[in-house]
Ligand binder design. Structure first.
Ligand code: NAD
Ligand code: UFG
Length: 383
């Protein structure tokens, strides 16, 4: 019995006694190894999606969308920035459970095992480290976690012939934008190790279809690079969301913690930018919209018109919102006070950054539908 593995199958056991039929819905796990092979047959019409880092902020919201769309979801997460509780809440929200494996994506043996024991239709790779400031202080950890995990994952995928991948990239790969809005074919650059790790991974993934051409394979890679702008908000239930344990780096958790009284005031970094009111402008996107973008990308990968090779997609609303506009919307919609002071610019910040998300609309049939009011309401509801 290998206790760390739980298989994603349930079965109805029924027994008839004196013309009464008794049924039970039973989880099949490693205690019933023989059933696994039989039950794989039933799995044909509900493809399994592997979600690395699925217990985290964006991953847990994406699990909800995948489960609601009828997919089986298998999560691997080492829980270094999350807890299994988020997956229990995903199950409460959807009425469907996720199969969870606690482990590290850099563990080659484990990844090999996952791909040999499950027929994975597509993988969404969220797992990684994501704090810009921290990445400057500990670049090797960032390169190790972000790049190595992708390398080990892709090796396991290639070996298993499971070559549909959605990768969590970031608008940070555009560096300091020369023109706005940002389209996917604008120049790429990195200003910190976190951004550089994303850029290196994007380039690494672009080599894979090239190798397919040389091998003349009939099972080529299909990869969607999703470049997120600024994810905010939480599920409307208020039961899952982002919960930074340290002082928040990002604007929205700082606003919510100030409004609830955990911080005395928000520092607004810079009021002399060439923007609508002098404060920084970003493309904030509701995390549920972002999660739906992942569902659309998976559906595209599994469709007849799948992605040929590697394609990048901006996931943003296309609207630039300033820090002051965000603070005002938050205070008005939630009827709370957000004390703030204007301070110096934060080093490394750009004045403005927002997306042209036309490609995602045209090719993935996705566009952000939630408003700024939804974002600030759901962020507060979660706090
Ligand atoms: P998160 O930290 O909430 O989620 C990441 C999850 O991955 C966590 O649950 C963590 O425990 C897990 N993890 C980390 N390293 C792992 C490893 N080696 N093996 C297994 N599990 C591991 O972060 P998030 O905000 O949900 O971000 C998800 C992805 O999206 C990241 O790759 C991040 O770089 C990218 N992204 C996030 C943002 C953002 O603002 N949140 C913006 C752009 C891109
Ligand atoms: N800001 C403040 N005060 C704060 C925090 C932020 O004024 O306490 C301002 C920033 O100066 C910026 C805006 O709010 O103008 C947004 O800042 P965030 O830190 O929330 O977000 P960034 O745009 O700097 O970066 C985020 C993620 C990156 C990701 C990028 C693009 O942190 O990982 O979005 O996706 F790469």
């Amino acid at each position: 019995i290998k206790s760390r593995r739980i298989m994603p199958y349930k079965v109805i056991l029924s027994i008839s006694i004196n013309h009464h039929v008794y049924c039970a819905l039973v989880d099949i796990n490693d205690y019933f190894p023989a059933y696994r092979h039989i039950l794989k047959g039933f799995n044909m019409h509900s493809p399994t999606i592997l979600v690395t880092g699925g217990a985290g902020y964006i991953g847990s919201h994406t699990c909800i969308e995948l489960l609601n769309a009828g997919f089986y979801v298998l999560v691997i997460d080492n829980l270094q920035n999350s807890s299994e509780e988020s997956l229990k809440r995903v199950a409460d929200i959807t009425g469907k459970s996720v199969t969870f494996i606690k482990g590290d994506v850099r563990d080659k043996e484990l990844m090999k095992e996952i791909f040999s024991e499950n027929k994975i239709a597509a993988t969404i790779h969220f797992a990684g480290l994501k704090a810009v400031g921290e990445s400057c202080a500990m670049p090797l950890e960032y390169y190790d976690n972000n790049i190595n995990s992708t390398l080990v994952l892709c090796q396991a995928m290639e070996k298993a012939g499971s070559k549909n991948l959605v990768f969590s990239s970031s608008a940070t790969v555009y560096g300091d934008p020369e023109t706005l809005p940002l389209t996917e074919n604008m120049p790429l650059s990195a200003t910190n190790p976190y951004g550089r790790s994303k850029l290196i991974i994007e380039e690494m993934l672009r080599d894979l279809p090239e190798s397919d051409k040389l091998k003349k394979t009939d099972n080529p890679w299909s990869v969607a690079l999703l470049r997120y702008f600024n994810p905010v908000g939480a599920h409307e239930s208020g039961s899952i969301g982002e919960d930074p344990s340290d002082i928040p780096n990002n604007l929205m958790p700082f606003i919510t913690q100030t409004a609830v009284g955990r911080r005395t005031e928000l520092s607004i970094f810079g009021s002399d930018y060439d923007t609508v009111d002098g404060t920084g402008v970003r493309d904030y996107i509701h995390v549920v919209d972002l999660a739906r973008g992942h569902l659309k990308a998976v559906q595209k990968l599994l469709s007849k018109e799948s992605i040929e090779g590697v394609q990048a997609y901006n996931l943003g609303t296309g609207n630039g919102i300033s820090v002051l506009e965000m603070v005002k919307a938050f205070a008005e919609v939630n009827n709370v006070k957000v004390p703030y002071k204007l301070v110096e610019r934060r080093p490394g910040d750009v004045a403005a950054c927002y997306a042209d998300a036309t490609r995602a609309k045209m090719e993935l049939d996705w566009e952000a539908g939630m408003s700024l009011d939804d974002m600030v309401r759901d962020s507060w509801n979660w706090q």
